[in-house]
Write a protein that binds this ligand. Structure first.
Ligand code: CMX
Length: 135
């Protein structure tokens, strides 16, 4: 059902301070920044092989990423798996009794559709599934 690791989300306090490590020291291709208002974050994507690193900076104190930073500091926030059909995947998870944060997909970066599974149901790893045309 899952096709590949689409991206790994990393919570950071400030994108501009964090980008140079990935771009200049690890040599990843920087693809730009984007605000995802629905998720209250500003994101930067860096391509590595067929996957990406997504740096996440909160744009509001109410953002889930702001709460994560307050509790844990900077670090890995979620892993996103690409699926072909997100509605079908969510229906299958629901049928398995999986605890979902999103029963209906919402908008993510890169014009993707995303949905989160609850970390309490996934061994403590916030898990995203995503469907996108060009990623
Ligand atoms: N990874 C692992 N565990 C996490 C977590 C994360 N990223 N975020 C929260 N948790 C854990 C907390 O540590 C807490 O555990 P305990 O009960 O053991 O203390 C539990 O989940 C509940 O967390 P909370 O802070 O009490 O509750 P929140 O109101 O913060 O809700 C969650 C948590 C996961 C439902 C919420 O953060 C959420 O909906 N996340 C999905 C959306 C999101 O993160 N969007 C930003 C990414 C944007 C993008 O990729 O585009």
């Amino acid at each position: 059902m899952t096709e590949k690791v689409n991206h790994i989300g990393i919570a950071v306090k400030n994108l501009e301070n964090s980008i140079p490590f990935y771009r200049d020291q690890l040599g990843m291709a920087f693809e730009g920044t984007e605000e995802v208002a629905e998720q209250q974050v500003r994101v930067a994507f860096l391509k590595v092989g067929e996957s990406r690193i997504e740096l996440l900076e909160p744009t509001s104190t109410e953002s889930p990423v702001a709460k994560f930073l307050e509790k844990n500091g900077e670090g890995v926030h979620h892993i996103a798996y690409q699926v072909k059909d997100i509605e079908q995947s969510l229906a299958e998870f629901e049928a398995q009794g999986m605890r979902l944060i999103d029963k209906v997909p919402r908008g993510g970066a890169h014009r993707s559709c995303i949905a989160f599974l609850h970390p309490k149901a996934t061994g403590g790893v916030l898990t995203e599934i995503c469907q996108c045309e060009d990623c």
